[in-house]
Design a protein around this ligand. Structure first.
Ligand SMILES: Cc1cc2nc3c(=O)[nH]c(=O)nc-3n(C[C@H](O)[C@H](O)[C@H](O)COP(=O)(O)O)c2cc1C
Ligand code: SF4
Length: 420
């Protein structure tokens, strides 16, 4: 491999040119205040992220309504949040203006948490485990699209650089897109109907925000990994068929999406696919293939941001220990980031769990302080906080969260099921 670190080369996202190829993935942390506004803890997390110099930052899932939510204390983006979000963006942009900051707009649909919220579904036959969700129809979905458009306008007015319309990980966007949504209705049945939600929303957001500097894109699960999920051959099929996922990303691009943030899996169903488990780290390589599929099918100017790069760490760090058949120095985040950019697999690498362990990867690479990076161990203690509806942080490197995890396990015992 040549000596140049391609991770430190600039790239254009929409109208913005940014200095490096590091991105920060959306990471929900359940620490908004009672109105869904950023709290001191939210500020503290994002200050660290902005100081870390990544070029693209996807604000965690922020809900466009508060009736159907998966997490207590989730951030929200409605009229009453506008002032607080404006202050938040201005504060963070003052720390680092050289980053594209987008808000990940979301609706949880059937995977909302019934203990404090309601669940809604779009399929007559509920997905197993979600039988208590109320069936909604086209009128309700039309209104949900209106909410995403409204929230996009609020994001724009608040100074965000763009929005990430969430079509991944089993949230409402996935529920509508996936083949499991088999009944024939405005947003279901044939692919032309299931894709309408994503396509109409993207088209309307681009048109109604009407600002060429405003970046519109989406995080997409290219393959959800269970029968009838996104990227399968049919409502009862476990076979991978990426025809619809490819049509989805191309159609989003046609309607004005300037990046696709590739992901896979659904944390409520296939967690080890959406965030590679250190005990079966090989899933990480599937993401490379999905990134390549995106890169092959999109125009050169549409940026492909690849998820799931945390697992590689330094190649020798705890998360990467169980890989077989690869030299550790040829299996690090730096190695794969560089190789995949050079080989045209991906344009930017996105950090999820690593952004909790140490969000300053980009800065430390730039300053030649790579050996000071605190590499995520992929222990998944942070997702345990999320599953338990607790404030989320790194329970390895951030002392208050290390302490809190000890208390939780002492009070409640070990986690029984590892999925959201
Ligand atoms: C605590 C936690 C919260 C997450 N919140 C979100 C979220 O708000 N939106 C989203 O699209 N993905 C979310 N994810 C998934 C990550 O963005 C990312 O796709 C996944 O962790 C894989 O990347 P990694 O291997 O770099 O961690 C979350 C993951 C964790 C562990
Ligand atoms: S808790 Fe574990 S998986 Fe989560 S960020 Fe910290 S080291 Fe990584």
């Amino acid at each position: 491999m040549s000596g140049e670190n391609l991770l430190l080369t600039p790239i254009k996202i929409g109208a913005h040119t940014v200095p490096n190829r590091f991105a920060i993935n959306a990471m929900e942390c359940c620490d908004a205040d009672a109105d869904g506004n950023p709290s001191d803890r939210t500020y503290e997390r994002y200050e660290k992220i902005f100081n870390g110099e990544s070029s693209f930052i996807n604000l965690e899932a922020i809900t466009v309504q508060y009736d159907y939510i998966s997490r207590e204390h989730q951030l929200s983006i409605m009229g009453h949040n506008a002032k607080a979000l404006e202050k938040f963006v201005a504060h963070l942009k003052a720390i680092n203006p050289n980053t594209v900051f987008v808000f990940q707009l979301t609706h949880s649909g059937e995977i909302s948490e019934p203990n404090f919220s309601k669940r809604c579904r779009v399929t007559k036959k509920p997905l197993y485990g979600y039988e208590d969700a109320e069936l909604i129809g086209a009128d309700e979905v039309d209104k949900i699209i209106d909410m995403f458009v409204e929230s996009s306008k609020i994001a724009h007015a608040c100074g965000a650089d763009g929005v990430d319309l969430k079509f991944c990980h089993g949230y409402l966007g996935s529920q509508i897109l996936r083949p499991y949504n088999r009944e024939n209705w405005k947003y279901g049945g044939p692919w032309e109907n299931r894709r309408r939600f994503a396509f109409d929303m993207t088209e309307r957001v681009v048109k109604e925000v009407n600002d060429p500097n405003f970046v519109v894109g989406s995080k997409v699960s290219i393959f959800e990994g269970f029968p009838g999920g996104q990227g399968t051959a049919g409502p009862d099929s476990s076979l991978m068929d990426l025809t619809e996922s490819i049509d989805l990303i191309k159609g989003l691009e046609e309607r004005g999406a300037q990046y696709i943030l590739q992901s896979a899996g659904s944390p409520s169903h296939t967690l080890a696919l959406s965030q590679t488990d250190r005990n079966i780290p090989d899933h990480g390589y599937f993401h490379h293939y999905f990134q390549w599929v995106c890169r092959q099918n999109l125009k050169p100017e549409t940026v492909v941001i690849g998820s799931d790069y945390t697992i590689y760490g330094s190649g020798k760090s705890a998360g990467a220990k169980k890989f077989q058949g690869v030299y550790p120095e040829e299996n690090s985040l730096k190695f794969w980031g560089n190789k995949n950019i050079r080989d045209g697999v991906v344009d930017m690498v996105c950090l999820g769990r690593q952004s909790f362990a140490d969000p300053a990867v980009a800065k430390k690479f730039r300053e030649g302080r790579e050996d000071e990076i605190k590499w995520c161990t992929a222990c998944d203690n942070c997702i345990e906080f999320l599953i338990r509806q607790e404030n989320v942080g790194c329970a390895v490197y951030n002392p208050p969260y290390v302490q809190r995890m000890k208390e939780i396990r002492a009070e409640k015992g070990l986690l029984k099921e590892k999925h959201t």
